[in-house]
Design a protein around this ligand. Sequence first.
Ligand SMILES: N[C@@H](CCC(=O)N[C@@H](CS)C(=O)NCC(=O)O)C(=O)O
Length: 256
Amino acid sequence: MAIPDENIHPTATGNAAETVAEHQAKQDLVFYSGWFCPFNQRVWITLQEKGILYQYKEVNPYKKEKHFLDINPKGLVPAIEYQGKALYESLVLCEFLEEAYPNHKPHLLPVDPFERAHVRLWIDHTSKNIIPAWHRLLQAQSVEQQDAARQELYVAQRKLAQQVKGPYFTGEEFGLVDVANAPWVARAYILTEHRGYDRAQVGDGWSEYAERLATRESISKTSSDEDKIQVIYDRYLRDEAQSEVAKALRAGRPLP
Ligand SMILES: N[C@@H](CCC(=O)N[C@@H](CS)C(=O)NCC(=O)O)C(=O)O
């Protein structure tokens, strides 16, 4: 029998559980997090990278509890409360943290306006092309649909790979394009195991870039055990998940 979405494992495990334990004290910034969520992990990576003090609070967004809907009316993780004021949307939150903590390195955006805009173009490409293709491949049931989605993902990641200056997107410093992609790069093993995805097929240095992202400390410190992550993705692999992301994909709508 299918496990309903709200019956997910309640807490982070493995390395991520240790990070959660280190962030229980009350702080100005409260991070409302779902341990399993890749959008959420973008914010978590940013907090860890910048060494920002934060209080971690686990939320099960599928339950749509009133206290959480008061923080994010969309009922999605990630969300934060900063000095008592609520904000949400992963990429908005990453940019907010960049601006609200200007002395905390690494800086996620370049100083030069042209370079900044260039980063935002490739964030847009990530949101509109890479992430939807990743989820389409995950949920695709027929061999034909899987082949099409896999090619779509390779093409989208190749376009990004061709822009990577190296070692990170803008060069030496880890930044927002890296943050935006890292959670899906780190869990691509799901696609490799179940959907014939092979990151070497992307070409143009993607494998090396992906390995650099997946093994970075902030990513491993915010990653739970693979067997617990696998349970979450099993529902998507059978195309039975009822999350907003899964429903949007199924209906051919843009992701929430
Ligand atoms: N665009 C949002 C997407 C966040 C999102 O979809 N979060 C999922 C978990 S991965 C969620 O809270 N799902 C609850 C639901 O679908 O009801 C962002 O980038 O923050």
